[in-house]
Design a protein around this ligand. Structure first.
Ligand code: AHR
Length: 520
């Protein structure tokens, strides 16, 4: 009887994975540190889409929701805490149908338009250039304005730049009449968005010429220096990158890249909250594949620009799931779980590594759309697990990147959603590190393993670190999320599982955890 029981439990153990403690080693190479992590890697994106702007950021001055000049106070404070370096606006696809002159002047005179890309919602243009640029000033972040190449004129584009940045002249006069005396400072402009798709369905050969033409008339006024960004590839369209680099590299400062962690562009993209462990591991693999995508585009750019003058701007990235049941189709409202938090952490780790070429990244999007930082419903606000990753990671902004090597267990996971054949190797530990200007070393670790804890050792000898502080973001189930009823299910807490002895750091990470450590 005893023997049978033993045999049965042995058989069970063979099929059921047992929780165990894994071990990983991390090595830092401070002597090889040469690049800094531009703070713009932590950029955000706000499009006129669903309730991102209206309801999410902006409620208008007459709203009963507490606001400052129309911006909701709760969101404003949460975004200030996040230290946003740059905010991209007004799209996205919306940008190529947006006519900026409809969004200036007295609100009651502003014409309405149909937001054809996003659910056919009627846009009243009450949030326009002034509202956006003033918001950037409140948040102390750089504005990144996307120009309309798809359906706008060259004159419209030229005048918009003049309106925003010139001290004097006809457009400056109009701006002053609308209540803004001094020009704003606008550094980043995008000349078209997804010009291969919603931005005009163009071929790169055609768009490259159009880009050259439109950007010519975007002038530098009165000390304002524009950083011009051309519309780039979606995922792996290397021909687009090659053509743009061949035909227009001398006219651009940056070329964009869009990469979404999405199961495919047709049919269901999968639920944001109801998913299996296999779906989760697939997501981690798809998210990490951005590294390969970046390498391939960089290799093409290197051919034409070996000195890396032209930046690669990942100005849209993040998860894209099915819209939440019961929400308006086309508004791309999705919940956000601990799975999304891992996508945020692992993607930021990759961006840190390639800052020789990548100078900006903008997660899509800031509120109520796709992988949001913030969800709002009437006067309620919830911070998502992704928000907390950005908060825990913002110490890396403008710090010196410390090259890093990770030795950990790997898992073979499905390479394509729903297909068993193809596999890819997924490391169970994600890691990144940087040194701040004040000498503090920040190490961020992700144990993506759903079952196993991980004891991570980091050799810090020679760095002279004496003290350690840490925060942890973890959960009971990977599907855990914050809701309006329960807003604090996934929230960072103090972390006491790290010990420093004789230059060796030991970190005991529970399964499904993200740990941010500060060493001094
Ligand atoms: O972020 C949502 C949409 O995704 C953007 O409008 C578009 O550029 C991309 O396809």
């Amino acid at each position: 009887m005893k023997v049978r029981k033993l045999m049965m439990s042995a058989a069970l153990m063979a099929v059921l994975p047992l929780a165990a403690q894994k071990e990983s080693q991390v090595r830092l190479f401070p002597d090889q540190a040469k690049q800094s992590i531009p703070k713009e890697i932590y950029g955000q994106f706000a499009e006129h889409l669903g309730t991102c702007i209206y309801g999410g950021l902006w409620v208008g001055e007459n709203s009963t929701i507490p606001n400052t000049d129309g911006y909701r106070n709760d969101v404003l404070q949460a975004l200030k805490d996040l230290k946003i370096p740059v905010l991209r606006w007004p799209g996205g696809c919306f940008a190529d149908e947006y006519h900026w002159m409809d969004g200036i002047g007295p609100k009651e005179n502003r014409p309405r338009m149909v937001n054809n890309n996003w659910g056919g919602t009627v846009e009243d243009n009450s949030f326009g250039t002034h509202e956006f640029l003033n918001l950037c000033e409140l948040l102390e972040c750089e504005p990144y304005v996307s120009m309309n190449v798809g359906s706008g004129t060259v004159q419209e584009t030229a005048q918009w730049v003049e309106y925003m940045t010139a001290e004097d002249g006809p457009m400056a006069k109009l701006r002053k009449q609308n209540g803004r005396e001094k020009p704003w400072r606008v550094k980043y402009i995008g000349v078209g968005n997804e010009s291969w798709g919603c931005g005009g369905n163009m071929r790169p050969e055609y768009y490259a010429d159009l880009y050259r033409r439109y950007q010519t008339y975007c002038r530098n006024y009165d000390g304002n220096r524009l950083f011009k960004i051309a519309s780039g590839s979606g995922e792996y369209d290397l021909h687009w990158t090659e053509t743009m680099m061949k035909q227009a590299r001398n006219q651009m400062d940056g070329l964009s890249l869009h990469y979404y962690t999405v199961a495919g562009w047709s049919g269901s993209k999968g639920s944001a909250t109801d998913f299996t462990p296999e779906d989760y591991y697939w997501t981690m693999g798809k998210c990490l594949d951005i590294e390969n995508c970046i390498k391939e585009h960089s290799a093409v750019m290197d051919k034409y620009d070996p000195k890396k003058r032209v930046a690669l701007m990942v100005d849209e990235w993040g998860t894209w799931w099915d819209e939440e049941p019961g929400t308006i189709r086309g508004h791309l409202y999705q919940q956000n779980t601990m799975r999304d938090a891992f996508v945020a952490a692992l993607s930021l780790n990759v961006f840190h590594k390639y800052t020789d070429r990548i100078k900006m990244a903008n997660i899509a999007q800031i509120a109520n759309v796709l992988q949001s930082m913030i969800l709002t419903k009437d006067d309620k606000m919830v911070l998502t697990p992704s928000y907390y990753v950005f908060q825990m990671y913002n110490v890396h902004q403008d710090a010196t990147y410390l090259p890093i090597e990770v030795q950990c267990e790997n898992k073979q996971v499905r390479a394509r959603m729903g297909q068993d054949g193809e596999q890819r190797t997924l490391p169970m530990l994600g890691a990144t590190a940087s040194k701040a200007q004040d000498g503090a070393v920040h190490i961020s670790l992700s144990n993506v393993d759903l079952e196993n804890s991980n004891e991570v050792t980091v050799d810090l000898s020679g760095l002279g670190m004496k003290s350690i502080a840490g925060r942890i973001l973890t959960c009971k189930a990977i599907t855990d999320k914050n809701t309006f009823e329960q807003p604090d299910v996934v929230k960072p807490a103090d972390f006491k599982g790290a010990k420093l002895k004789n230059g060796k750091l030991t970190v005991k990470m529970p399964p499904m955890s993200i740990v941010a450590l500060e060493l001094r």
